[in-house]
Write a protein that binds this ligand. Structure first.
Ligand code: IPE
Ligand code: IPE
Ligand code: MG
Length: 234
């Protein structure tokens, strides 16, 4: 288990609403319960030596949901950090966030930025929240920034390569995910890390995110460890 551990795991945490519905609970109860899964899986990832854990918490498309639900989802980061930040710090976890900060309510942004700044020097697991994140808008921003560099004469067109593109994405210095997990039985990417997932191993489960346990997580990692990554070779 501790050999060939994925360096970077990305997770599309899906199925909170259906988990709640199945129990006759409001969708918010599913999101609240999903928050506990975040804690469990963060600790499980840290324990096996994963270096980066990226969690899709809110997409640029999730603003379409009813206001009540969006408001609740925007409260979750502060709720989570209020409860868990101290323990994350004790465990040397570094909190990061990727996504468009400009549309986040001030209270959400404040909690996240506080966690980011308090943990910036930690050297353990990087816990990267994709919050108001959308891969297409991330790529467009990168393309615009590169175009500007060319226009201003700071780059030549033939200097545009994959590493320059990497550098301009929100994942910056992070390696691409080795393993992508999606819960809840949906088999799609939903605008998540389209560039970075080019050669990631994909693992899907029908389990809803609130019901996702350390055992499921270990199952995904063990399956990853059995896979042969060819990158187009033989
Ligand atoms: C994932 O659960 C959480 C977010 C997308 C914010 P959902 O809320 O999408 O749950 P389902 O897919 O409706 O069950
Ligand atoms: C993807 O889940 C976004 C997050 C997990 C934050 P969705 O529930 O929004 O995805 P779709 O709408 O089913 O594709
Ligand atoms: Mg969903």
């Amino acid at each position: 288990m501790l050999e060939n551990v994925p360096e970077h795991i990305a997770i599309i945490m899906d199925g909170n609403g259906r988990w709640a519905k199945r129990r006759g609970l409001p969708r918010m109860a599913g999101h609240h319960s999903g928050m506990k899964t975040v804690k469990r899986i963060t600790m499980a990832a840290n324990a096996i030596g994963v270096k980066y854990l990226t969690l899709y918490a809110f997409s640029t498309e999730n603003w379409k949901r009813p206001k009540e639900e969006v408001d609740y989802l925007m409260k979750l980061p502060e709720l989570f950090l209020e409860i868990e930040l101290d323990e994350l710090i004790q465990n040397n976890v570094q909190v990061r966030m990727m996504g468009d900060r400009s549309l986040l309510p001030p209270h959400t942004l404040k909690a996240v930025e506080e966690a980011v700044s308090k943990t910036v020097h930690n050297t353990g697991l990087v816990l990267n929240f994709a919050l108001n994140y959308g891969s297409r808008s991330e790529m467009l921003l990168a393309v615009k920034a590169i175009a500007r560099e060319v226009q201003e004469g700071r780059k030549r067109i033939d200097e545009i390569d994959e590493s320059l593109m990497d550098h301009h994405l929100l994942t910056g210095d992070m390696p691409d995910p080795d393993l992508l997990i999606r819960t809840s039985g949906e088999l799609r990417l939903s605008n998540f890390m389209l560039w970075q997932l080019a050669y990631s191993e994909l693992w899907f489960t029908d389990v809803y995110w609130p019901a996702f346990t350390e055992e499921h997580f270990h199952e995904a990692v063990q399956e990853y460890q059995r896979r042969i990554r060819r990158y187009g070779g033989i």
